[in-house]
Design a protein around this ligand. Structure first.
Ligand code: HEC
Ligand code: HEC
Ligand code: HEC
Ligand code: HEC
Ligand code: HEC
Length: 254
């Protein structure tokens, strides 16, 4: 199999024909499963890690989220309900940057950096934000499936609240092995669902971890042990699928 198939020509069912027998072998082999998946692929070199395109407006998450404290869902309104996490329309920005005397937080000055925003507002044409994250179409991804179960934005996108005017960059390689690494052991990452947009949440602050530390069951500051404790509980509460379902080809290639 070629290492980097062209995404446009690459159609899942074609190679599935000869990959599936391999998979069956992998399942029969039990432990062979993981090496099979790794063998299939997934050379992270060509997966755009750290990709950071220049955007039409030097919009800063560090200013709006880090300093002003805005929640992710103020702008990415669909991320908890839909597969797709929408990038906000011009109107969302104009609510504050419209130069009207009633604009909140006293923003009255026109800014040269915002010229494309004013142009977009005047013309009705959307701002052409450049997509940072983009997995191939033959892999199915769904935001709501993750955010409603308790996987934090920071786990997959890094400290977005510290990304400044240079724009958002891709913090993880988004390879298949990266997806599967978590699907195999989601307890290492799960958090309470109402903390998914919190960039600084730590399992150490959860009451059960505090209690376990006080009782000497886990060492003070042992983030991994605290995460496992909290994550395992949430995995049960959320009724997370078993690891066979989570790693099945058809879960992500449908
Ligand atoms: C005030 C509006 C606003 C808020 C609040 C906001 N964002 Fe964004 N976000 C944007 C805009 C505009 C873009 C497109 C420009 C860019 O990619 O830098 C974007 C882009 C992104 C991207 C890259 C999308 C792509 O193209 O792949 C990610 C990931 C992201 N935001 C995550 C977050 C997270 C996580 C939070 C909360 C911690 C957040 N955003 C809060 C406006 C916002
Ligand atoms: C809730 C209000 C609010 C919203 C919504 C908002 N901003 Fe801002 N923005 C601010 C504040 C406050 C500042 C910092 C003060 C200033 O520069 O006027 C700022 C600063 C900026 C700056 C820096 C301006 C300069 O001259 O340094 C840019 C660029 C910007 N915002 C773009 C955007 C874009 C694009 C959107 C929509 C995706 C957006 N903002 C949505 C409140 C907001
Ligand atoms: C399990 C990992 C994961 C989590 C959790 C996650 N994202 Fe994403 N995000 C991705 C992937 C993968 C893509 C690329 C999707 C694609 O290309 O179809 C993406 C794309 C995006 C985009 C670009 C628009 C889109 O839907 O393609 C935005 C904006 C975004 N994420 C924001 C967020 C915010 C905000 C949160 C938290 C509420 C979040 N993401 C949580 C993995 C994740
Ligand atoms: C940090 C952990 C993590 C990462 C990384 C991750 N996932 Fe998930 N994924 C989960 C959890 C947890 C669920 C919820 C499973 C459930 O509801 O039983 C889930 C659910 C899903 C579902 C829905 C399954 C269903 O039928 O309910 C799909 C599809 C999916 N993930 C695809 C992906 C893809 C593709 C990637 C990589 C681009 C990815 N995931 C990366 C943890 C993760
Ligand atoms: C948790 C989600 C997930 C599961 C489960 C999964 N895949 Fe993938 N797969 C992906 C993602 C994401 C990609 C990479 C998409 C990209 O490059 O943008 C991918 C890519 C691939 C590729 C292309 C390899 C390459 O080098 O680009 C093949 C072949 C593949 N998967 C086969 C399988 C088979 C066979 C299984 C079952 C053993 C499987 N996948 C299970 C998410 C998954």
């Amino acid at each position: 199999m070629s290492k980097s198939p062209s995404p446009d020509k690459f159609v899942f069912p074609r190679w599935a024909n000869y990959v599936l027998p391999l998979l069956v072998l992998g399942v029969i082999g039990g432990g062979m499963y993981a090496p099979t998946a790794v063998y299939l692929g997934l050379n992270p070199d060509n997966l755009n890690l750290h990709y950071r395109p220049e955007q039409p407006i030097p919009y800063s998450h560090a200013t709006h989220v880090g300093q002003l404290g805005m929640d992710c869902t103020y702008c990415h309104t669909t991320v908890e309900h839909a597969a797709f996490a929408a990038v906000p329309p011009t109107q969302t920005c104009i609510a504050c940057h419209g130069n009207s005397p009633d604009a909140p937080m006293g923003i009255k000055k026109a800014s040269a950096k915002l010229q494309p925003l004013y142009d977009s507002y005047a013309s009705g044409e959307p701002i052409e934000w450049i997509k940072v994250h983009d997995i191939a179409d033959y892999a199915y991804f769904n935001h709501a499936a993750h955010t409603t179960k308790g996987i934090g934005c920071v786990t997959c996108h890094g400290r977005v609240d510290q990304m400044g005017e240079e724009g958002v960059y891709q913090a993880q390689n988004l390879s298949m092995s990266w997806c599967i690494e978590c699907h195999r052991e989601p307890e290492k990452y799960l958090r309470p669902a109402d903390e998914v947009t919190n960039m600084t949440w730590s399992a150490l602050d959860e009451p059960e971890a505090v209690a376990a530390i006080a009782a000497g069951q886990i060492d003070e500051g042992d983030e991994d042990a605290a995460q496992l404790l909290v994550g395992t509980r949430i995995k049960g509460e959320m009724n997370i699928h078993n690891k066979y379902y989570m790693q099945a080809c058809s879960t992500c290639h449908r």
